[in-house]
Design a protein around this ligand. Structure first.
Ligand SMILES: Cc1cc2nc3c(=O)[nH]c(=O)nc-3n(C[C@H](O)[C@H](O)[C@H](O)COP(=O)(O)OP(=O)(O)OC[C@H]3O[C@@H](n4cnc5c(N)ncnc54)[C@H](O)[C@@H]3O)c2cc1C
Ligand code: FES
Length: 508
């Protein structure tokens, strides 16, 4: 059936549904004409909003109502029930809201509601500079404008591309199944329309915290009133012979991804070094392009350090099912032309190689400026560094995590975006602590794995369900305390675990 013939699911909400069918704390999906609409009753009130998440179209009816929000089952975005605002990333655009009415034992959804524009705040003379055009930097700029910041915003990035949906670069886009327009977080016009001065291909070479001044690559200076450092991380390079050849890649930027795609058009044999998230997602994407893929990594099981042995075994079996060949407890010692040489001297054909052995936070700028660093840029719960008015967010930030009670630094897309958003609110003077449970997802073929919390070490792993059948919740525990939860196709439990962690932390 052509997509134009597709009828939206559920009842026609304009004709009304029985009020008893939508009890307190419940949701149902229906439609108004061609629009799919979510109906929810929470805290005695009825709400009607778009039925799908504005991130990747997750079905909100399978998510969770928490306080005044609905949370997306796929990657945990939070939307306000009242206004539809995407108050916590990864969704950034709002849901449409509809009028609802309850009468004669029925609930009717009426026309669309128009949303009030935010009042402008702050002085037009104030200047916020953002170093970095990635997840955290973009989310901060977007939040500043969304909440009506009246001043100037400059976003400086040494990348040649504007902010992109980086997770896609090792998934659908690399596999060739995502169109080009999925990649930019916003079109080029958006920056001009929102008066964001986006300076691409521009390195920030130094920061003077006293004079509140940045030095740019061409030697010019930029004064700021407040600053967000969001310089992210860079892939670790391998210092082995032959790794500097053009067919040996790392993957961070859109340009890196395009270079791999270009080579994948003719490559027959690929070697991926590192069974990291990026390494394995790349392996899956290259298999989708019908390239023979070998993964070489020192560990016994892929991703075991993060997920433990059960999920590690599953990930290995899943990739093997798709034709990936592993060389575990092994390393590549050199590239001899288009051959990768293993520890024992055996060669592997490699007309394309991708190194995915981890990343290093780009803290150099902060360190040279004299900001406090501790294996990351140290920030408080408001994402403010050791210097007042200078904030840091994303892969570089080490923050006091109220969930684990430890200072942690992670490399997760959703965390980076939310930290950028929280930094933005604090730069506008809205004292907002970062108290979210860390969350990430990873996708291997058609299997998404969600992970909430943070467990560098645990003393037991509890598996509920069946990992091999792709239906499980895996809990990482210290004593009786659940530090983190990984799940496959148990989205509601994943959401509930995050909420439980946040509620527990709120008590402290
Ligand atoms: C291919 C890939 C796939 C991923 N998939 C997932 C996933 O599925 N799930 C998940 O949770 N996470 C994923 N991640 C991790 C996630 O993308 C990062 O955690 C996130 O992008 C971090 O955001 P950030 O803003 O801190 O840094 P970045 O997004 O890296 O942005 C940093 C920006 O700073 C710029 N910059 C750095 N130094 C300077 C300087 N001195 N001057 C000017 N500009 C500078 C860079 O060019 C860049 O624009 C993935 C990462 C990659 C590379
Ligand atoms: S689809 Fe909703 S958060 Fe990703």
């Amino acid at each position: 059936m052509a997509s134009g013939d597709k009828r939206p699911a559920g009842p026609d909400l304009s004709k009304g549904v029985p009020a008893t069918g939508i009890p307190e704390g419940s949701m149902m999906a229906g439609h108004i004409g061609d629009d799919e609409v979510l109906l929810a009753r929470q805290s005695g009130r009825l709400f009607a909003l778009s039925a799908h998440c504005t991130h990747y179209h997750g079905p909100l009816v399978d998510g969770l109502l928490v306080g005044a929000t609905v949370r997306c089952p796929w990657h945990h975005a939070h939307f306000s029930l009242e206004t539809g605002e995407a108050i916590a990333a990864p969704a950034l655009s709002p849901l449409t809201c509809w009028h609802v009415e309850e009468r004669d034992g029925k609930v009717f959804v009426k026309g669309k509601r128009t949303q009030a524009q935010p009042k402008t705040t702050g002085s037009a003379n104030e200047h916020i500079a953002i170093v970095g055009g990635g997840a955290a930097g973009f989310a901060a700029a977007e939040m500043l404008r969304r909440r009506g910041f009246a001043g100037r915003i400059s976003m400086i990035s040494n990348d040649s591309a504007g902010p992109v949906d980086r997770p896609n670069l090792s998934k659908d886009y690399l596999a060739g199944s995502a169109p080009e327009d999925w990649v930019p977080l916003r079109g080029d016009d958006w920056y001009a329309e929102n008066k964001i001065d986006l300076k691409l291909k521009t390195e920030v070479t130094s920061l003077d915290t006293r004079s509140k001044e940045l030095t740019l690559g061409d030697g010019s200076k930029m004064k700021f009133d407040k600053l967000l450092l969001a310089t992210g991380a860079e892939p670790v390079k391998l210092d082995i012979p032959g790794a500097d050849q053009p067919h040996v890649h790392t993957l961070r930027s859109l340009a890196d991804c395009r270079a791999i795609i270009e080579q994948a058009k003719t490559a027959k044999h690929a070697v991926v070094i590192g069974a990291s998230f990026i390494g394995l997602e790349t392996a899956a994407a290259l298999r989708a392009r019908d390239i023979d893929v070998h993964v070489v990594a020192p560990e016994k099981r892929p991703l075991e350090r993060v997920f433990g042995p059960q999920l590690g075994e599953f990930i290995r079996a899943l990739h093997e099912e798709h034709g990936v060949r592993f060389h575990l407890e092994d390393t590549v010692t050199a590239f001899d032309g288009k051959r990768a040489v293993l520890k024992n001297g055996d060669p592997l054909n490699a007309d394309l190689a991708v190194i995915g052995v981890g990343v290093r936070p780009r803290i150099d700028l902060a360190e040279r400026a004299g900001l406090a660093v501790d294996k990351g840029v140290s920030v408080n719960e408001h994402m403010e560094t050791s210097v007042s008015g200078i904030y840091a967010a994303g892969d570089i930030a080490r923050w006091p995590d109220p969930i684990s009670g430890e200072k942690i630094r992670v490399e997760h897309w959703v965390v980076a975006e939310r930290q950028g958003q929280v930094a933005a609110l604090n730069m506008m003077g809205l004292r907002t602590p970062f108290r979210f449970a860390p969350f990430f997802w990873s996708q291997h073929y058609d299997v998404p794995i969600n992970y909430v919390g943070h467990a560098e070490k645990w003393d037991s792993i509890e598996v509920e369900g069946d990992v091999m059948k792709r239906d499980c919740v895996v809990r990482y525990k210290r004593g009786s305390r659940v530090l983190a939860v990984a799940s496959i196709y148990r989205d509601k439990e994943s959401l509930e675990a995050g909420v439980a962690m946040e509620r527990e932390a709120a008590k402290t």
